[in-house]
Design a protein around this ligand. Structure first.
Ligand SMILES: C[S@@+](CC[C@H](N)C(=O)[O-])C[C@H]1O[C@@H](n2cnc3c(N)ncnc32)[C@H](O)[C@@H]1O
Ligand SMILES: [Zn+2]
Length: 270
């Protein structure tokens, strides 16, 4: 936990079994699953971000390996673009599938955080070799330049904070949905399915060293999997009744998966 700092005063945090604390005695309990809540939000945390049902659906779907091509690509990119340095951070780690996947195949110190306590709780339950904590991308409780490599998959971007925590020679891998991502699911749900616009985030202060496309086709062979996939997407919030009816009768679905990984380096000019 050497890279973590107290969200109140910014001093280093040291860990005991049940509590992390700083020199000024601000302390943070370790939850029974092993994660720590370093978010200063006064809200309870269970109600922030994806609800329990969405978090579990994401875990159940990803555990089946349908998005493994992306996990492989991210793990490969870590060794290809960041051969040096020990510390790897999964920003907005969700329920930890990619953190666990990469940490089980790479000998480095992994950290993962997300704003949703429901997500972080599931991530910690994976019992992989990573430290998980609850935090907001707008105020990441990590020392300046302490991260050698970070990945950040399908989540909001915060250029200033990501740049602050990343080492000057570090790498940030950001994944966005590609044009055809989940078109098969959208064809089931909508009469006029649209393609994704591949809109890239505002990466102010970074330069894009490379764009890597990861594309494949997957076939889901059980209704349960189709339903889990649906519940982890934004379509969950806005699907017309006809689409919901088709979804409820669907127990086999073939769809492209399509991701773009942006390989970002800090722009050190100026
Ligand atoms: C689509 S999910 C992706 C999760 C994970 N990266 C994955 O690919 O499985 C987006 C995640 O971003 C998290 N998130 C959204 N806003 C956030 C913020 N301000 N700070 C930290 N995490 C945030 C959500 O809680 C959610 O887990
Ligand atoms: Zn403190």
């Amino acid at each position: 936990m050497g890279i973590l700092m107290c969200p109140v005063c910014g001093q280093p945090l040291t860990g005991e079994e049940k509590r992390w604390r700083c020199a000024s005695r601000h302390s943070y309990d370790v939850a029974k699953e092993g994660y720590v809540n370093l978010s200063l939000s006064s809200r309870k945390g269970d109600d922030i971000g994806d609800n329990k049902d969405m978090a579990r659906s994401r875990r159940d779907f990803l555990n089946k390996g349908y998005f493994e091509p992306l996990a492989i690509a991210v793990t490969d990119c870590l060794s290809e673009y960041s051969a040096r340095g020990d510390t790897v951070l999964d920003i907005c780690c969700g329920e930890g599938y990619y953190t666990a996947y990469a940490s089980e195949r790479t000998e480095r110190s992994f950290y993962g955080f997300d704003l949703s306590k429901n997500m972080v709780r599931l991530a910690a339950k994976r019992k992989c070799a990573a430290d998980f904590f609850v935090a907001n991308i707008a105020s990441i409780p990590i020392r300046d330049k302490a991260v050698d490599a970070a990945f950040h998959l399908f989540a909001p971007f915060h250029a200033r904070e990501f740049r602050r925590v990343l080492a000057d020679d570090g790498v940030l891998l950001t994944a966005i949905p590609g044009r055809d991502h989940l078109l098969g699911l959208k064809e089931l749900l909508y009469d006029e399915p649209y393609l994704n616009d591949e809109k890239e985030p505002d990466t102010d202060g970074f330069k894009i060293a490379e764009r890597i496309r990861v594309k494949d086709e997957i076939t889901l062979t059980a209704h349960e999997d189709v339903s889990s996939l649906f519940r982890m997407t934004p379509y969950y919030y806005h699907t017309p009744t006809a689409g919901m009816d088709r979804l409820s009768g669907c127990d086999r679905l073939t769809t492209p998966i399509d991701f773009v990984i942006l390989v970002l380096r800090k722009d050190l000019r100026g």
